[in-house]
Design a protein around this ligand. Sequence first.
Ligand code: SF4
Length: 119
Amino acid sequence: MKKRDLTCIVCPKGCSLCVTLSDEGRVVNVEGFTCPRGKEYAEKECTHPERCVTSTVRTADGFVVPCKTARTVPKESVFRVMDAINHTVAPAAVHVGDVLIQDVAGTGVSVVATANKEI
Ligand code: SF4
C-alpha cells in the first residue's frame, strides 16, 4: 500500500485529500473530501488524470485570441495539445465558442475560442 496526498481542484475550497493505493495502483480508500466530487476527482487523478488546457492561438492578422479545450484531455496528451495550438493560426475574426482545432492531437476534443476578436 502507498499513500498519495492531493489537493482537490474541483472547487475553490481546495480540500486536502489522502488516497490509499494498492501495490497494483488501485484506489483502496480516499479521505478528506467533503463532497462526492472530491472523491471522484481523487480516484480519477490517481488512475486516469485529465486536464483542461487553456492557452492562446495566433490569429491571421498577428494578434492572439484565448482558447481552451472544450473538455478535459488525458494529462499525458497536454504537451501534444499545446504543440498543436502553437502551430495553429486562427482566422482574423473569431467568436466565443468557435472551434479552432477539431480532434486536437487525436484526443477527440476540440479547442474553442474563449473570447471574441473582430477584424
Ligand atoms: S472535495 Fe468537494 S468541497 Fe472539497 S474542494 Fe473538492 S469539490 Fe470542493
